[in-house]
Design a binder for this molecule. Structure first.
Ligand SMILES: Nc1ncnc2c1ncn2[C@@H]1O[C@H](COP(=O)(O)OP(=O)(O)OP(=O)(O)O)[C@@H](O)[C@H]1O
Length: 430
């Protein structure tokens, strides 16, 4: 909480702090600060010393009385720092002199904040529309931040609905091509001849039906970014043409005679394993290396359950005109599900729940109704089932190792023979 009776200065300082990831609540006086504190969870108070009615020291006294241990940093003009001993006795955590030096302020805040402050450390991140909270996505975003400004072509791999297009847009926005267009094309959605003309364009009369010149998407994306989605579905002969674009940085429309220079950042995406397609001869190795200068792998939603509450609440706020909340049981149901359709499926489930819930509370039943068949629901099995499953797999593995020789398998599993037979019977293993 930033307490200062100078609104212009407060706004400026709040902006600076927010750019460093802090959530800032403003209060224009000591009294306003105390009122707001009664309803808001605050980790630290940054207050001006000189304020009308209640100055910083008086505010600090009240804070120490009602919120013992709450760190307070005092901002003072040069030469107005009260006696240091007096200040320490009053429990003030630090003094910062005006004009405020950002580094000094950040150092003081970081020193004063408890390790896991509630409103800063758990704050969800949004990197150009790519919302995330899980450690794996934070790591991926660090990777994106490092490579986005370069010209490197990037291959984004991930299951369907994991956010490959959202990621590509975020890369575009963080790149030097951000002022140019972002164009995406799904290479699997069009027959080969149409895909070729969409990508490279054509000249009038180049083929039956080519009644006018048409600019291709590669050229339309000049100075910007082109996302080739489902690149694994691109036919081999088009792969050769694309390779030329990447090597020469020129494009020639179908039926054209002149090469046109283009400056396009090429991003590609696929839910298929392209390395495997290369080994199977379905994808050109030379093109793979050109596209895959950097590879990003998006984890499935099941592998980053920490993102589920954040994304569910985000979609809820986007899709519902009135405020709605998921009940704790409804959230547990979302967390327990396997999400084969990943974030797109989560979006659809929340959309269904919003449409089916006139009130403000989304129930577990509403979530369960939105999820497909019971069998697929459980990503998490209970401990007892997990133990049983492990025991069965273990016995099968030991038997396989011993080529179904039961006495030998029993010995390896450190069980006597009759115990081992009992276990086999329990798991219906012949
Ligand atoms: N991190 C995210 N934050 C917010 N919304 C997301 C995020 N990731 C995905 N989405 C949303 O999920 C949906 C699917 O995302 P997207 O189209 O990028 O997935 P995809 O991997 O490209 O899917 P496909 O392989 O089927 O083309 C979209 O509605 C998108 O807005």
């Amino acid at each position: 909480m930033l307490v200062d009776d100078d609104p212009a200065l407060s706004e400026l300082l709040a902006m600076r702090l927010e750019s460093h990831g802090f959530r800032v609540t403003l209060a224009s006086s000591g009294h306003a600060a105390l009122r707001q504190l009664a309803n808001t969870a605050i980790d630290l108070v940054l207050t001006d010393l000189r304020m009308d009615n209640m100055d910083g020291l008086a505010l600090n006294q009240k804070l120490q009385a009602s919120y013992a241990g709450l760190p307070v940093i005092m901002m003072t003009a040069h030469g107005s720092i009260p006696d240091a001993v007096d200040a320490i006795q009053q429990g003030i955590t630090a003094f910062i002199t005006k004009p405020i030096d950002s580094d000094e302020l950040l150092a003081a805040i970081n020193k004063a904040l408890p390790e896991q402050s509630t409103s800063h450390a758990s704050e969800p991140d949004n990197f150009h529309g790519l919302y995330h909270q899980s450690a794996s996505m934070r790591q991926l975003v660090q990777q994106i931040k490092a490579i986005a400004p370069s010209q490197a072509n990037i291959l984004i791999q991930g299951e369907s609905g994991t956010g490959k297009e959202v990621t590509a847009r975020a890369i575009h926005r963080a790149s030097s091509h951000a002022q140019g267009p972002f164009i995406a094309i799904n290479c699997g959605a069009l027959p080969a001849h149409l895909l070729e003309s969409e990508l490279f364009g054509h000249k009038k009369g180049a083929f039956t039906g080519a009644i006018a010149d048409k600019q291709g998407l590669i050229q339309s994306a000049d100075q910007g970014t082109l996302l080739l989605d489902e690149i694994g579905d691109m036919p081999l002969d088009l792969q050769v043409k694309l390779l030329r674009v990447l090597q020469e940085k020129t494009v020639r429309p179908i039926g054209g005679h002149q090469e046109q220079t283009v400056n396009v950042r090429i991003l590609s995406a696929s839910h298929k394993n392209i390395a495997q397609a290369v080994s199977e001869g379905k994808f050109r190795e030379d093109l793979y290396y050109r596209l895959n200068v950097v590879q990003l792998s998006l984890p499935s939603l099941k592998e980053r359950v920490e993102d589920i509450p954040l994304l569910a609440n985000l979609f809820l706020s986007q899709l519902s005109k009135t405020p709605k909340r998921l009940s704790p049981d409804a959230m547990t149901a979302l967390l327990s599900y396997a999400w084969p359709g990943n974030i797109r499926q989560l979006h659809n489930v929340i959309e269904y729940c919003v449409a089916m819930t006139p009130g403000s509370h989304i129930s577990e039943d509403s979530v369960l109704n939105a999820l497909p068949a019971q069998d697929d629901r459980q990503a998490f099995i209970g401990l007892n089932d997990a133990k049983r499953q492990f025991e069965r797999d273990y016995i099968l593995k030991v038997l396989a190792l011993c080529q179904n020789n039961v006495p030998q398998a029993a010995k390896l599993a450190q069980r006597n023979r009759s115990d081992f037979y009992k276990l086999m019977k329990k798991h219906d293993i012949q």
